[in-house]
Design a protein around this ligand. Structure first.
Ligand code: AMP
Length: 283
């Protein structure tokens, strides 16, 4: 497994792979790897000749300086986890390498980057789009693997690829969960023991909301009210948002419940840790 921090070296390696006719699968991450990330690597391994993983905690997608400062960094351990999976290259630039100048691109993805995470984390998706575009330019992947755990991010990246005519296939991969249902996240290690014990309530609420939606007469507003009360009733949690939306446009569902697929997305502050999750219904 080759490790490089250099854009130039990464470009050379990717260029060589392409010249040899090899298909490149790419998994961008911010490190602090867990089974959710490793599943993306395994899928990339199955579908390509070469696998590149990037580890870069992208400062420009953090709207909260404390979140950036406290984001877990476990580089040595990450490398040990990647080695047995047959990852070929780990690209781990620092911020000076990625952003010698402050980037000033401004993307607009319509509603996709304005609602939910876009509303509560200003500038977040612009930072994500800038780094993903730059990583794609450097790594030149045939396929790139993203988790449905970050449903809105996936929608934004699909829009980015379309808008910028980037020749890469975006491969969505299902959310990997702990046994108790909590979606795996690098941020979970920052939960206290008590918070961790309570955190499965997030997925339990999503699951119950999906049952209310599909199997009861409850309307969208009633379900939203129930989720809000359930989360806020827990002493460790505060609901930031819960939305039931069209999975393609992310427009909130209002009025009658459609029988076509919808996605329910949630963000919850658990102590000092902000967690997100989502579930698809009717699909
Ligand atoms: P991150 O390191 O959090 O930026 O995530 C890197 C990639 O891993 C993104 O495509 C995420 O959606 C994906 N990912 C993170 N957590 C999970 C999970 N629990 N299941 C599946 N994919 C995940």
């Amino acid at each position: 497994m080759i490790l490089t921090q250099s854009i130039q070296e990464m470009q050379n390696l990717a260029g060589q792979m392409r010249m040899e006719g090899q298909q490149i699968g790419f998994v961008p991450t911010m490190g602090a790897l867990h089974k959710g990330h490793l599943n993306l690597i395994e899928r990339a391994r199955q579908g390509n000749d070469k696998v590149v993983c990037s580890i870069f905690v992208n400062p420009i997608q953090f709207n909260n300086p404390d979140d950036l400062k406290n984001y877990p960094r476990t580089f040595e351990r990450d490398i040990e986890l990647l080695k047995p999976l047959g990852c070929d290259v780990v690209f781990h630039p620092d911020a000076a390498e990625m952003y010698p100048q402050k980037p000033d691109q401004k993307y607009d993805f319509g509603l996709l980057d304005k609602v939910m995470e876009g509303r509560y984390r200003e500038g977040h998706f612009n930072g994500v789009a800038i780094v993903v575009k730059k990583l794609f330019d450097i790594v030149q992947p045939h396929r790139a693997y993203f988790g449905q755990k970050d449903f809105q991010q996936l929608a934004v990246i699909q829009a980015l690829v379309k808008q910028e005519d980037i020749p890469v296939d975006i491969v969505p991969c299902p959310t990997v969960r702990e046994e108790d249902g909590l979606a795996m996240s690098s941020r979970n290690v920052r939960l206290s023991a008590e918070e961790r014990k309570n955190a499965p309530l997030i997925y339990q609420s999503l699951h119950k909301a999906s049952q209310m939606y599909t199997r009861s007469a409850a309307g969208v507003e009633e379900i939203k009210q129930w989720v809000s009360e359930t989360i806020n009733h827990n002493p460790f949690m505060e609901l930031e948002y819960f939305e039931i939306s069209n999975p393609d446009t992310l427009a909130p569902v209002q009025g009658d419940k459609p029988t076509t697929p919808v996605v329910a997305c949630i963000a919850v502050q658990v102590g000092s840790v902000r967690l997100i999750d989502n579930i698809l219904f009717n699909s």
